[in-house]
Design a protein around this ligand. Sequence first.
Ligand code: NAD
Length: 495
Amino acid sequence: MPASAGFKPVRRAAVIGSGIMGSGIAAHLANAGIEVLLLDVVPAALTAEEERKGLTLQHPAVRSRLASGAIAKMAKTEPAPLYDPAFAGRIRAGNLEDDLQLLGEADWIVEAVVERLDIKRNVLALAEAARKPGALVTTNTSGLSLASMCEGRSEQFKRHFAATHFFNPPRYMKLVEIVPAEGTDPAVVERLCGICEKQLGKGVVIAKDTPNFIANRIGTYGMADTLRQIERFGLSVEEADALTGPAMGRPKSATFRMLDLIGLDTLLHVLDNVRANVTDPDEKAMFARPAVLERLAADGRLGEKTGAGFYRKTKKPGGRSDIEALDWDTFEYRPRRTVSSPLIDAAKAAKGAGAKVRALLGADPASPQAAFAWETIKGTLLYSARQLGHIADSITDIDRAMKWGFGWELGPFELWDAIGLEQSVARMRQEGETIPEWVADFVAAGHRSFYRQEGGRRFYVHAGSYAEEAQKEDELPLAALKEAGRTVFTSGERA
Ligand code: NAD
């Protein structure tokens, strides 16, 4: 959906929940010049410092401590959530008991409290009671059902309600998934697109009200599947990371470093949410808890926040730190190894994500590394294709979600084109895979790629034929312009 012509910016907003995401969103709204009210719960106990100062639980500074503490922390957080520390002056702290009437001043209320349906429902009820007519209300849920969340709310409220799912950290991650609920007014969706794209500088995709929306649904499927394939092909932690990072056109954090960063408990939580909310038994099985994750989590090894996960950082005398990796046999840590193989070297040497992946897949399929690369990629391509129409209506939204939310250089459908649609579908068939019907029909109709460049414009497959991709204002379609022989910028004639 394009950023709308009738876009009306937000002047005042309120963010409920001042944790990691709430404070990050509040800071980014302040970056955009919006006046923000940041609310959180009233603390149940005094801190030692508050006691020393003789404060009581009734003192306003204590009652709004969570939000004011979150604002104070913004100046010390890395990477900086505020463009300029002075922008903290645009954020006012309050609490969910004394300051509810101030919600009535907000053009947009963002709910960013803990991921629990009961708590989110209560917060939305408070928002409904306080909001002014026409105010937008959105949730930052990672994937709870919007329909369940706004049960009991009025039709008027539902017309103005949707999800705006920011990624962490909100200032830096480009993606915002906008998810309309059943009763959301299309004009509200359009306005939210305009606000997120034009006021906040984000990249918007439209997702459907399905468990974990687009990026986390496909991303966590990919992670769970990757863990299964690593076990199947007997790869070490370092080997798997060497194959699933830049060698596949994905970030350096690859699989295990990324899991350590997001937290093993978070991944388990997301897997559980999808499993509990999908009906297909095969899909439930795909989102089963991988045994290694359960074992590490049971040990309290949740990743970076607990000091150990798949990697462990140990401080050496003199302040140097060493990184160790998990050994599958002992489940203990050993010095991290540098991985090299002809296959990985070939992928590293290739230019661009498409060429890298072709280098990985072009190797002898009997090699465990090449077989692993093919199986993980195949799984994600087929899963993404099966989800079209269910989690999103367009392949561009799926591709953009993975690029902007997970830092992939190519989305699944772009990657599929890069490895050759026709040949890869033939190989999948030979291996006994079921090809999603729309893909099979599309290939049978003689099409050879999901995207097509023509005269500086890009077209994508939509309902069996090609539709022109809407151009995002801040995106130059470089590949298409190059193909059309057009110059974007020149520093003058070469001597
Ligand atoms: P967090 O734990 O950092 O913050 C949760 C906030 O909820 C805290 O400020 C807490 O005081 C507040 N809270 C707790 N109980 C409450 C109650 N009963 N009523 C009102 N507020 C209450 O969590 P977070 O990571 O900021 O996540 C917030 C939301 O954003 C969740 O829905 C989460 O799924 C989603 N999300 C998180 C991330 C991420 O990477 N952390 C990314 C995208 C979306």
